[in-house]
Ligand binder design. Sequence first.
Ligand SMILES: Cc1cc2nc3c(=O)[nH]c(=O)nc-3n(C[C@H](O)[C@H](O)[C@H](O)COP(=O)(O)OP(=O)(O)OC[C@H]3O[C@@H](n4cnc5c(N)ncnc54)[C@H](O)[C@@H]3O)c2cc1C
Length: 492
Amino acid sequence: MKRKKICVIGGGFGGISAAILLASKGHDVTIIDKRDKLGGRGYQYELNGFKFDGGPTVMTAPYIFDDLFKAAGKNREDYFTFVPLDPFYRIFHENGDYFDFLKNHEDVIKQIEKWNPSDSKRYNRFIKNTTEIFRLLHPYTDKPFHELKNMLKILPGVIQLGAYKGTHRYISSYFKDDFLRKVFSFHPLLIGGNPFQTPALFLLILQFEKQWGVHYATGGTGSVVDGLGRLFQDVGGNVMLNTEVTEILINNKAATGVRMTDGSVIKADIVISNSDVANTYRNLIPENLRKKYSNRKIDRYQYSSSLFVIYFGTKKRYTDSPLAHHNIIMCKNYKNLLKEIFDGSSLPDDLALYLHMPTITDSSIAPEGCESFYVLSLVPNLKADINWDEVSEAYKNKILQYLEDHYLPGLKENIIAEHFINPPHFSNTLNSHYGAAFSFRPNLLQSAYFRPHNRSEEFENLYFAGAGTHPGAGVPAVMSSGKIVAELIDPR
Ligand SMILES: Cc1cc2nc3c(=O)[nH]c(=O)nc-3n(C[C@H](O)[C@H](O)[C@H](O)COP(=O)(O)OP(=O)(O)OC[C@H]3O[C@@H](n4cnc5c(N)ncnc54)[C@H](O)[C@@H]3O)c2cc1C
């Protein structure tokens, strides 16, 4: 195949993966990103001697990284290291007791028995059936989904396995205990879906973790981004940072290059957008050139929630707390809270949190004797009428106070580094439509064939890699989208 000039808009995991694979095949590839570092949502903040991973912390399926490096003729281990974690997650009941999501099957059964012995009897069947869901869907996670006939192929299996049901409903047929139902149905939250609405087919993620484990990259996810960045340069790729694309040039229904904020133009044979799909269509291509993806259609999609994330470092360690590396803190009115987050129009009162405490595994990312954290709260996206300039400070203090009262005594007086992001960050810095943290919601009618395709349905030479296209959000998924795009462009 003739060497192509390829522009990749955005250096998130999806964009970098596509870029590495295509540069490895000899193409002239340039990643253009508006931020000062690669990584997108995986941006690593450095503050007062602390390194805070901005986004993804739960790494699974290391084979996806290994395959990428192999395709580029390199070894992943020469770039960064994964350390397996066990428990994968510690999930706290509102009364402070917790469930450990452990790697070993028998150990999980023992955890279930602590909550409800009779539920442990159905765990084997639950795993067997979710393994069937995995077998049915996994082959499609790194292949394009451009044809309706593929949907028809999987549909009988989806119906037979009941995987079309909402995850919480599906889980409830195996577990009677209310807390266990929450424990085994939270995975859709990791990709921006409400467990009460998202189809059980996304229990695929639970199976990914069961089969390949949950890992931490030494030095944080930032070291993965650095490793991918180095790999890209090693295979001859170019990176332009602090550069925003304002327009995808279209001629005769085909992408021909990109225009930047300063008006300069890069001509290209192929454009890959790793920028949010909704943003790409809505803001980078004039509406009069679009037929299928009108502004109205884009606005009518259902979007994922947004997030409020506080990164904080303390001058003391909290190793005597009950916390693990990954903690999920449930609340009593969980169902109602999720309804308010996904479909409400104001900031809910209740809190359900994810608390990351990476220094438990890796003290190198904080100054000596210090602890590093991030706490994440799901919040409504910008479709809700919330004035974030007015409420952010109070909301931040409310979360920190909650943590101080329940998990981290004396927290506020021990904080020596702090930063937060809120929905406007997702909209303004990451160019995500409505500030959605995970792009389109993973609903049945917004997944697979029904998600905007990896190859633009409207324009020649335009492709999508990232959370808004197939297969969806989450690091393994967006990296798979990068692979799909690279194979569509150059199947050699
Ligand atoms: C707080 C948080 C925690 C998460 N935790 C996990 C986790 O533990 N595990 C997991 O697997 N997933 C997790 N996710 C989801 C996962 O991080 C994302 O789905 C994934 O990283 C998105 O990658 P992407 O390829 O879509 O690109 P993005 O990360 O969205 O990056 C897109 C890039 O494009 C750039 N860009 C956009 N528009 C332009 C433009 N016009 N010109 C130039 N550059 C542009 C942006 O600056 C950005 O760098 C988390 C997400 C968040 C926000």
